[in-house]
Design a protein around this ligand. Structure first.
Ligand code: PEP
Ligand code: MG
Length: 580
């Protein structure tokens, strides 16, 4: 029977293949009673499994190229659990006392621990129960004779490229393992738009859908699946007609992709000779090769907070420095725009002493991003020093998120001066002239743009938030997502005002929200005067293809007229005409 499931498409493209269910090893465990003389042997078997999994994690950390710091940290957490007496000594005692098999003893202890973690008030600590389960799963798989990579059991004659992994959830370590394989796609039951699974899915660049809720329960091993990663749709057992239709679309997408690859080295210039910079947005140092592969001329937005999400502690200066240096070195002389932590709101880190316990009613309007950094001077200094130190390895620009007030800019610049002066005192080299830019994400900032232009070296328009705040639409709430409209006249007016005002005083502006990567909007933005786009690497070549066909001198007067239209229907019509 054919049916369709819906989730959240986190990485575009179409995949057609066979379902491979990732097993829940803990569910396969049965209770066996062992004889007294087998007890020592059973404990030895348990110890060997722990050792093997530790070794596996260690190898994974060492051998995975470009392993982002965040993922390495996850492996460390899992390794730490494998050294914890609660997870190592207790099951041994259970085996001895209850004369049961190692798997059963471990699952009993896991359930106990999960219960304890659930009692924690701190949501971060509560979440760690998932790490306990993931670690135990690994050990159980080892004990059951299908270690960590057991998920990769392909049926005879089926290659990895034909397999679609169906999982309840994937740990970051699983995702690293995926980097060594070539699966067609993966889909998971859980995961929202900002879950680390979704974030990492993008770096794999295979079609994937998360948040399917019960894909694992409804899909059976070996069933044929179509995954539409753009629309977040999975078709199970498609009929011949649907299959043909998708095969055709898949072929078209692949053909277009391979044609686009030829544009990688083409100069990004319009027909009338206007240079347009196409930069990449990245979340992790491991995204750098993908950015270079897409021909990115620089990094327009490095969302540093992603490096350390899901960690309980704040990374120290050295760790941050190494992450930033890796990106700068990887980009080999191309500019790298590092944004200071945009924590709070949907991306919460909760290190000691931060955030507090109060449940916030409007986190998007609360103490997030620069507001949080200024409220936590020690944390801010650590990050600023790390960024400054990395600036001696290549061109870095510093970008500040969520600015609204002049005094926030002044305080930020003072904090930067303090970091510089401490480094000078220690005779540590850095770029004295590091450019400082501000994100235009709050309507007030776009309207009072003069404050920003007088104080900063460059601006970057964050349309994701600008739309959220202009239209009062929570960008993560799917119930109002139909009202989230980049083409709302008010949004366009704010962008146009920012671009025009900055041009008058020769301050460069980039746009790094999702709008920059939408090829339908390339001509409109060019016509508005935008010359610096920053987007997810997978979008760069398509946007470049639009740039190459555009004539700015032609577009500008048409777009000016368009911006005077404040009837959405007319605007939409004009946009279609513009894209011809
Ligand atoms: C934005 O708001 O447009 C932006 C680029 O920042 P983020 O998506 O990280 O909030
Ligand atoms: Mg933002």
């Amino acid at each position: 029977m054919s049916f369709t499931l819906h989730g959240l498409g986190v990485s575009g493209g179409i995949a057609i293949g066979r379902a491979m269910l990732m097993s829940h090893a803990t569910l396969e465990v049965s209770h066996l009673t062992i004889s007294q003389r087998m007890v020592d042997k059973e404990i030895a078997r348990f110890d060997a499994a722990i050792k093997a999994v530790k070794g596996e994690l260690e190898t994974m950390k060492e051998t995975t190229e470009h392993a982002p710091a965040e993922l390495a940290a996850f492996i460390d957490i899992h390794t730490m659990f494998l050294e914890d007496p609660e997870l190592v000594d207790k099951p041994r005692a259970i085996i001895r006392e209850r004369r049961c098999n190692a798997e059963w003893a471990l699952v009993q202890q896991m359930e106990d621990l999960v219960e304890q973690f659930e009692q924690f008030e701190d949501p971060y600590l509560r979440e760690r129960k998932f790490d306990v389960v993931q670690v135990v799963e690994r050990v159980i798989k080892e004990l059951l004779g299908h270690p960590g990579r057991a998920v990769m059991k392909a049926a005879k004659g089926v290659t990895e490229e034909m397999l679609i992994v169906v999982a309840h959830d994937l740990s970051p370590a699983d995702v690293i393992t995926f980097k060594e394989h070539r699966f067609a796609s993966f889909i998971t039951d859980v995961g929202g738009a900002t879950s680390h699974t979704a974030i990492l899915a993008r770096s794999l660049a295979i079609p994937s859908v998360v948040g399917m809720e019960n894909a694992r329960a409804l899909i059976r091993d070996g069933e044929q699946l179509i995954v539409d990663g753009k629309r977040g749709v999975v078709i199970v057992n498609p009929d011949v007609r649907v299959l043909e239709e998708y095969q055709l679309r898949k072929n078209q997408i692949e053909l277009e992709k391979s044609k686009l690859k030829r544009l990688k080295t083409a100069k990004s210039q319009t027909l009338d000779g206007v240079d347009v910079q196409l930069y990449a947005n990245i979340e992790l140092p491991g995204d750098v090769p993908g950015a270079l592969d897409a021909g990115a001329e620089g990094i327009g937005l490095f969302r540093t907070e992603f490096l350390f999400l899901d960690r309980g502690d704040m990374p120290d200066e050295q760790e941050q420095y190494e992450a930033y240096r890796k990106v700068v070195k990887g980009m080999a002389g191309r500019p790298v725009t590092i944004r200071t932590f945009d924590l709070g709101n949907d991306k919460d880190l909760r290190p000691d002493g931060m955030s507090g316990d109060r449940v916030k009613t409007n986190p998007a309007l609360g103490r997030r991003a620069i507001r949080l950094s200024l409220a936590e001077p020690r944390m801010f200094q650590t990050q600023l020093r790390a960024i400054l130190r990395a600036s001696k390895h290549g061109p870095i620009k510093l970008l500040i998120p969520m600015l609204a007030h002049a005094h926030e800019i002044d305080q930020t610049l003072a904090a930067l001066e303090q970091a510089k002066s401490s480094l000078r005192g220690e005779k540590v080299a850095f770029d004295e002239n590091i450019p400082v830019g501000g994100m235009i994400e709050i309507p007030a900032a776009a309207l009072a743009i003069g404050l920003f232009l007088r104080r900063l070296d460059f601006l970057s328009v964050g349309t994701n938030d600008l739309i959220q705040y202009t239209l009062a639409i929570d960008r993560s709430d799917e119930q109002v997502s139909s009202l989230y409209d980049p083409l709302h006249p008010a949004v366009l007016m704010l962008i146009a005002h920012t671009l025009a005002s900055a041009e008058k005083v020769n301050i460069p502006v980039s746009l790094c929200g999702e709008m920059a990567g939408d090829p339908k909007l390339t001509r409109l933005l060019l016509g508005m005067g935008l010359r610096n786009f920053s987007m997810h690497p997978s979008q760069i070549l398509e946007v470049k293809s639009r740039v190459l066909k555009a004539d700015v001198a032609d577009l500008a007067p048409t777009v000016r007229r368009m911006l005077r239209l404040d009837e959405p229907g007319k605007l939409q019509e004009a946009l279609e005409k513009l894209n011809g």
